[in-house]
Design a protein around this ligand. Structure first.
Ligand code: PLP
Length: 397
């Protein structure tokens, strides 16, 4: 028998793109993609990224390895972006470049699995980004869920969330989406974050933030970092996964960072040494090209200002498309309350449509998205929003 005769067939990676490609209808709409599209429905390379990339190429740098923790000018600037230039965390921060946000979560998961003093368990929201549970389980953690989404209000289950924070054993590890919760688009308000922080502190819990969308949610990098910065200001030594996939459009370059706020310099040194011990056998050291691009943008004032405007432009287009979808549904005479479409934030919107209604959208209207009712607002354009609203109206009323 073949060596691999015992390998079972795994379930397919749920792929909307296949069904979308196979559809011959010219006005078909793909709302399954997790990447930004411009108003023509095309992938978007940020002009600031193109400029930085040209400069990187023109500099004719060598291709020697970075250190285990990556390009230092990049990680230093990434930390400032997340925590703020005047943050007390910066000089006691263990940070490493990572294979985008996913890699940052994986390093963090492995670090917790090795050194977290409590149970090797992490609490993630219900629902959460589909990959969170898989990443943390593969890193050696047990995954538990905390209440997050209320399907009746299509909003935050704030009471349930606080109750689960209070019910977890003291000193548990909690994962929070820093902003633009994926898949629901539902975020706590600043005031709710303050109450969450107080509950987390009272229980002595540890907070791990996943920030995959800084700037991309509100258009303001500071506003989107509110939760992380507030927790740090209140004395939490948080862990943080950062991604530059969305806010710089560097998706395939795989650029991110993992950091841990430490108690002091001595602790930072020890943590840093162990982060290196985790990274070294995983992939030795991270890719340099995207890190040089991101570093140049973050460290060059003119490019940085330009990038901030481009992030805001992307966020604003998404916010505009939310409003357009809601307005079109109301114009058609829909009696449902669609205010969640505009109150939610980030790339994704939870429509509240059932799996059957989502199937109907695909079969009868050539509108493709995941069966949980999540649509990627980035896939909506001025051109297709009218037809999309009609399709949703026909399916849901
Ligand atoms: N975390 C969340 C919540 C996400 O939505 C994503 C991407 O969709 C990621 C992390 C990681 O993405 P990447 O590894 O491309 O940075």
């Amino acid at each position: 028998a073949s060596t691999w005769a015992n390998v079972p067939q795994g379930p397919p990676d749920v792929c909307i793109t296949e069904a979308f490609k196979a559809d011959k209808f010219p006005q078909k709409i793909n709302l399954g993609v997790g990447a930004y599209r411009d108003d023509q429905g095309k992938p978007y390379v940020l002009p600031s990224v193109l400029k930085a990339e040209s400069a990187v190429i023109a500099a004719l740098m060598n291709k020697e390895y970075a250190g285990i923790t990556g390009v230092p000018e990049f990680t230093k600037a990434a930390a400032i972006l997340a925590y703020g230039a005047d943050s007390s965390a910066l000089d006691r921060l263990a940070i490493t470049q990572s294979i985008s946000g996913t890699g940052a979560l994986r390093i963090g998961g492995a670090f917790l699995a090795r050194f977290f003093p409590g149970a090797k368990t992490i609490y993630i929201p219900q629902p959460s980004w589909a990959n969170h549970a898989a990443v943390f389980k593969d890193a050696g953690l047990t995954v538990e869920k905390y209440a997050y989404y209320n399907k009746d209000t299509i909003g935050l289950d704030f009471e349930g969330m606080l109750a689960d924070i209070n019910a977890a054993p003291n000193g548990s590890a909690f994962l929070f989406h820093a902003c633009a919760h994926n898949p629901t688009g539902v975020d706590p308000t600043p005031d709710q974050w303050r109450q969450i922080e107080a509950a987390v502190k009272a229980k002595g819990h540890f907070s791990f933030f996943d920030m995959a969308y800084q700037g991309f949610a509100s258009g303001d990098i500071h506003q989107d970092a509110f939760a992380v910065r507030h927790f740090v200001a209140q004395g939490h030594n948080v862990a943080l996964a950062q991604s530059f996939a969305k806010n710089m459009g560097l998706y395939g370059e795989r650029i991110g960072a993992f950091s841990l706020v430490c108690a002091d310099k001595a602790e930072q040194k020890r943590v840093d040494s162990q982060v290196k011990i985790i990274v070294r056998p995983l992939y030795s050291n991270p890719p340099i090209h995207g890190a040089r691009i991101a570093s140049l943008i973050l460290n060059t004032p003119a490019l940085y200002e330009e990038w901030l405007l481009e992030v805001k432009e992307m966020a604003d287009r998404i916010i505009t498309m939310r409003a357009a979808l809601k307005a079109n549904l109301e114009k058609l005479g829909s009696k449902h309350d669609w205010s969640h479409i505009t109150s939610q934030i980030g790339m994704f919107a939870y429509t509240g449509l059932t799996p059957e209604q989502m199937d109907q959208l695909a079969k009868e209207h050539s509108v493709y998205a995941t069966r949980d009712g999540r649509i990627s607002v980035a896939g909506i354009t001025s051109e297709n929003v009218g037809r999309l609203a009609e399709a949703i109206f026909k399916v849901k009323g």
